[in-house]
Write a protein that binds this ligand. Structure first.
Ligand code: ZN
Ligand code: ZN
Length: 296
């Protein structure tokens, strides 16, 4: 089970209801923070989450609404029981940015901070990987995907009808046929593939041809929607997306569910203006509110 908790859903100017951008992805032992706008640590409190459980921080870009909360969060971790290295990933320039932030706040952490500038696949284990793709936003900016890999599993019901047990099962899981007590068992009869899951985070960017292939087949596509469908020219000028463009991306990438975020205060009294137009193009669209949780 994967869970995304929206800690902040505003664009550059926060409102009473919407904090600056931040999302937390929870999956097994992983607690991955995507962006850390101002006030993110208070949103942790409101969501009753413990920031000491953080395993990685992914920053899309160094505009204030996505990163101004990082110094406060690091300070709080320092006052807490946090004792692992803090892993921060971001686009080109994040290293210099973090160096200056830490200097400015005379930061003396009890823990190590590792900052990596990433592009392409930047973390992988047996179970999942993380990938970054540079976007078009006037400053270096990354979109991210979290991909849980397909897994070979043994069909327990079918296995019960065989005498197979122990280390031989490992061979089956590798897709190899096995011979046991003189009898041959075909792997294809006993195993099945559990489909992986993909979550894409497309934050600030103008429309560009890299988005659709990067978000391809997402189970959950989280996409910025700073402008409504009538403001395409302005979206282009400010290097952002409209709600219709986000919905087109969801449709073309064959994603299953679209969550719109990075919502401007100009729609605070009428968020349906954004959602309704998106839904006309991509039915399974939702608009994120602060502290909303989506599970897949
Ligand atoms: Zn932004
Ligand atoms: Zn931005």
């Amino acid at each position: 089970m994967m869970k995304v908790i929206f800690l902040g859903t505003s664009d550059a100017v926060p409102t009473a209801e919407r904090n600056h951008t931040s999302m937390l992805l929870e999956y097994n032992e992983e607690n991955i923070l995507i962006d850390c706008g101002e006030g993110t640590q208070r949103q942790f409190r409101k969501a009753k989450l413990n920031p000491c459980k953080l395993t990685r921080i992914l920053i899309t870009h160094c505009h204030g609404d996505h990163i101004l909360g990082i110094s406060g969060l690091l300070q709080t971790l320092n006052f807490s029981e946090y004792n692992k290295p803090v892993l921060i990933y971001g686009p080109k320039g994040i290293k210099e940015f973090m160096k200056l932030v830490l200097q400015t706040f005379s930061f003396q952490g009890k823990y190590q901070i590792e900052v990596k500038e990433v592009e392409g696949k930047f973390f992988e284990n047996d179970d999942f990987y993380l990938e970054a793709k540079s976007m078009t936003h006037g400053v270096p900016c990354n979109a991210y995907t979290f991909v849980k890999k397909n897994k070979i599993r043994i069909n327990k019901e079918k296995l019960k009808k065989t005498p197979l047990e122990g280390p031989i099962l490992k061979k089956l899981k590798e897709g190899k046929d096995v011979v046991y007590q003189g009898k041959k068992y075909l792997a294809k009869n006993l195993i099945y593939e559990e489909k992986g899951k993909k979550i894409s985070f497309i934050l600030d960017t103008s429309l560009n041809p890299k988005i659709v292939p990067f978000a391809k087949d997402s189970d959950l596509l989280i996409c910025e929607s700073t402008f409504d469908s009538e403001s395409e020219e302005r979206a282009k000028e400010y290097k952002h997306l409209t709600s219709n463009q986000a919905a087109e991306i969801a449709k073309k990438s064959k994603s299953k569910k679209l969550i719109l975020t990075h919502i401007s205060q100009r729609y605070s009294s009428n968020p349906k203006k954004i959602l309704d137009s998106a839904k006309k193009i991509f039915k399974n669209s939702f608009i994120a509110n602060d502290l909303d949780i989506f599970e897949i």
